[in-house]
Write a protein that binds this ligand. Sequence first.
Ligand code: HEC
Length: 156
Amino acid sequence: MWKWVCHIGALVVAASAAACTRAPAPEVYAPGLGEVMTLQQMRHTKLWLAGQAGNWPLAAYELDELGEGFDDVIKFHPTHKDSPVAPKDLIPRMITQRLADLRDTVTKEDRDRFVQGYDALTGACNNCHQAMNFGFNRVQRPESNPYPNQAFAPAP
Ligand code: HEC
């Protein structure tokens, strides 16, 4: 966005001379939806690895991060391009309860229910992609660990 910034010239011509330049208004960085989603992808992967390792504090952390990522989606992208449905409506409907259910399994350290909850969340991610006409973006349980420099086992 541009705004006009005017400097009054020399005193003698102050009444008439105003030198105007175009200066950019300060821009606030807003992450693109695809960028937030790339972070969500990482957190979704780490959540699985943490759950598989029985590292419940790390799983709880990744759940918080996922929640914050979805808050950012609602804040920065309440609607998206010409999608027929809006993230601000879809997230409360599809995601919020799934995250709460998963948090419960993490609190109870229940590995079996964690796996069920994880698959349910993954299904909700994909349902949203389909609803927004991005169904070609499909997520799944990670097949391997892409983070060789992070310890997923619980701290000794
Ligand atoms: C509000 C609906 C919605 C939800 C919920 C959602 N996504 Fe997305 N996701 C999108 C949209 C829309 C795009 C395409 C964004 C764009 O235009 O770049 C996308 C893109 C992606 C991409 C592709 C990113 C890239 O650039 O390669 C991944 C990966 C992804 N989402 C993962 C997830 C995961 C994991 C979850 C669940 C934890 C999730 N998404 C939940 C709407 C959603």
